[in-house]
Design a protein around this ligand. Sequence first.
Ligand code: SAM
Length: 285
Amino acid sequence: MELTSIKTIKELKSMFDFAFSKGLGQNFLTDAAVLDKIADAASGTEGVLEIGPGFGVLTKTLSENFEKVVSIEIDKSLLPVLDYTLAGCDNVKIINSDFMKLNLKELIKNEFNSKKISVAANLPYYITTPIITTLLEGGYDIENIVVMVQKEVAQRFCAKPGTKEYGAISVLCNYYTEPEIVVNVPAGSFYPAPKVDSAVVRMRVLDKPSVLVDDEKHFFKVVKASFAQRRKTLLNCLSNGFSKDKETIKNVLEAVGIDATIRGERLGVSDFAKISDEMLKNGIK
Ligand code: SAM
């Protein structure tokens, strides 16, 4: 059964009386070459976790490339379809759940014997950022995160300082991982076709974050405040975000050699780390 074929998708749709849900981001991949690229980019672990199998097109490719696949699908009406399309894929386990409500630590322990896993998914776009944030901030044993997301979102994940795509999410991704775009995927490579183009991003999770900070929570508060008002200077953003007078913040920035008049989007991960540590030294929380 060729799950990338639109004809097969239509046949399965009518066979199981399935209705695509726009709300759940159900746009199924129809490009076999992209499936191989995702599996290849995620390789290096025995186990792989998939979010949102749909009709099982990526699940099947993953089952051929990994020892064990666990796949989380929120939509109950897809379960009989997956039973049918994945018949014979004995190393695949489907769990009917909302990914956001899952206890991922328990799942990794029970399903993968606490071994490092990869995550591979053609993500439902309405929930991309919460999923990535959960995966990165949770401290799970993950080696690679390989996800299909909206093209502009992929560019933001991988953006470097000084570009218009660079924001708090870029800092988050570059703090925990080495992100890179694997391949761009046009809207026409999905059925039904979405309105936007997509891209596959690979994030290789670092053993240790890319910089050392005294307090991670404070570091991310600094990052958030620095991007809260993109047109304002770093000085104004930090002064507003931490409810401190400008003189106090100016002294902090001077101490770490950062120009108070620049905008946050020019700073790299290590600059935010320096600012955060210096603020803490001065009791600014
Ligand atoms: N993997 C398939 C493919 O590549 O063709 C389907 C991908 S489709 C873009 C996203 C899938 O995620 C759908 O099957 C949808 O039902 C599922 N999904 C949406 N929200 C979810 C959630 N919160 N937890 C788990 N699965 C979800």
